[in-house]
Ligand binder design. Sequence first.
Ligand SMILES: [Zn+2]
Ligand SMILES: [Zn+2]
Length: 836
Amino acid sequence: MDPERYDPQQVEPKWTAAWEERALYRADENDTERARFYALDMFPYPSGDLHMGHLEAFAGGDVIARLKRMQGYNVLHPIGWDAFGLPAENAAISRGIHPKTWTRQNIDTQRATFQRLGISFDWSRTFNTCDPDYYRWTQWIFLRLYERGLAYRKASPVNWCPHDQTVLANEQVINGHCERCGHLVEKRELTQWFFRITEYAQALLDDMAELEDRWSDKVLTMQRNWIGRSVGAYVDFIISETGQTVRIFTTRPDTLYGATFFVLAPEHQLAEQLVAGTEHEAAFRRFRDTVDRETEVERLSTERDKTGVFLGAYAINPVNGERIPVWAADYVLLEYGTGAIMAVPAHDQRDFEFARKYGLPVRIVVQPEASEGSGEPGTGAPVKQAPPLDPGQMTEAMGHEGVMVNSGPYDGIPAGEAIRRVTADLAAQGRGEFAINYRLRDWLVSRQRYWGCPIPIIHCPSCGEVPVPDDALPVPLPDDVADFRPKGESPLATVSDWVNVDCPRCGTPARRETDTMDTFVDSSWYFLRYTGLDPERPFDPDRVARWMPVHQYTGGIEHAILHLLYSRFFVKFLHDLGLVGFREPFRALLNQGMVVMHGAAMSKSRGNLVEPATIIDEHGADVARLTMLFAGPFEDDVDWADVSPEGMARWIHRVWRAVRGAADSGAGHGGASDPALVRHAHRATQAVSDDLERFRFNTAVAKLMTLSNDLADAVRSGRGSATEQRDTAERLVLMLAPLAPFVTEELWHALGHTESVHLAAWPGYDPELVRVERLTCVVQVDGKVRDRIEVTADAGEDDLRALALASPKVKAALADRPIARVITVPPKLVNLVTAR
Ligand SMILES: [Zn+2]
Ligand SMILES: [Zn+2]
């Protein structure tokens, strides 16, 4: 090999094979000395080769695993495949091959790409969720849920994707469209299997306290909003004509006196009953036909005109005996609350808009207090009542703050207090009760598709639903399905020798459940299985206790209310079974951004697809990894059009030459001692350690670039003793090792080491040498101050420039404009002058 040139195509396969042979990254189950660290990456769908999003996520996850290993932890960094489900199945169908064949091929391809990328996985415990050895336990967990009434079948209006010909969970409907294929989702009345995740709604909220600051606020907020807890009351109204009781949920029982009409969801059974055989029936039918074509998003939109029809009946308000008209309206949904509401137009915007449109009365029952003019607090001015509002003049609903008016015995009471009093009084009369309501619905898990885990239930004509006994698991997914294309019914229904079985309870002929489970069921517990491929159980509780909860989880934010919510639910359930000793599976969560091209998502059809394998072919895995990690903050989106693998390849060559130069200087080429070089090496060690610990991979690379420049210069000019140059080179190699595992392994050996750099200890630093004065450096763009960054007193022009360019504020101000000139006044000022 030419010692002057680093050739990744020669070096990388050599080390891949060596690491594989030595099982270098295998977690040690018997080690009782080292602390354990479970570094987990969300496992991929095998729907093709790895894409750029995978490269980003796994490059980041691998830095974490490698850093922890070098810091002395016993690291578990596993990988497997989320191998069932629609993406692979749809791809297989479009190619006319069996989903199993297609899935296995992709797994092999992805595995090879992972290995080429040098991701430090423990390959000894890999599995695919489509393996019978795995889905046997998915079925086992299903049965445990079933036994406890947490898995059940019911008929209800569900989301149906006409393209994928299957139902979807609420979480898989994104703005009214299918999460998988983007098709508009319809509502259908179907009997489906659900998991009672609502049973855990409060626990899912409460336990988020453990995750604050370790998960992003964004994910926690999304989950909180999705669960949607609201506190209020159930109130019972009576239908005047029939005497039936209809329960509503309201967060504002204090506004009951302001209810001027009553609304049922169009799908509410009572609406049907009330109009049947009346003059209102025809209008109601026409209305329902229109509503059935509207999506949930349209119905909930605040922009859209609300529509409804009068049902010809009246509801009696329990607080004052008033008869108010009953309407059906599209903005009330059957699945939210009870599917019925009291409408208080004065104090609710949607009710207000509806009342204005249909000429229904508006009655104010909460009078706001006058504001204090200037709003200055503590002036001691008495709180004045605002002049009474005229409902006829209102242009929108009013807020709820204030005192009660037009509310009989509650007049003059602050609204907040009235909420409690009205609720208590209703409860005393048996006409209502305090209530907590959640937006979260039960998780719909059955799918009318072939490529999934079979549901272990048998339908017997005499016994009804009969669970498959544990010792008869797994219920295998049959291979010989004539046609696995979606047709609205599971293709498994056509496999007669599989479907027809004897009832395990009474022995008479019965039929298997033919729906399969959503792939999100498979991924709700896979992280437990990685602790050891137990043949007798889903997982070994002792092993789980030693490794879990996961210390660091890395993956996409698109799973915020899907996988991340479902896994939390599963773990809480397994905790209640006594199988795990914790209630939260993932201690800390890191979400990578998306990888786009010229601002658009990459796809074959757009013709802007770049694949990791291509980058590896051209520049090697280290360059692919580094380019991605250097592209920007890990959580931000990366535009591949803005990055330069070529530039990164050149840097790797410079590192190669500098370190080899320093290795040679061991033979006596070094010069006089240079305290500045030593200080730089130690300070870089501190700063890079800190950056990597906080997942600031891009700034860590920037600092390593500065250090390598200094080393190259020292080697060239004979600055620093041979020992100092060598120590600097070793630090550079060690710190670069988690990011670029191949070139560093080669260089580590060139420095004379015989053991792998990936088993070496992370470098420390001398606190005396890193104690530096830190100053504030002003960063300007075209003379305008855009950021202030902390720098060390001895920061050079290159450091300042690199740090300035890494600042998100500066990036935003630059907005991709090219830089014509950089003026630096170390260490106080950087001015980036753009080309105009
Ligand atoms: Zn779809
Ligand atoms: Zn039976």
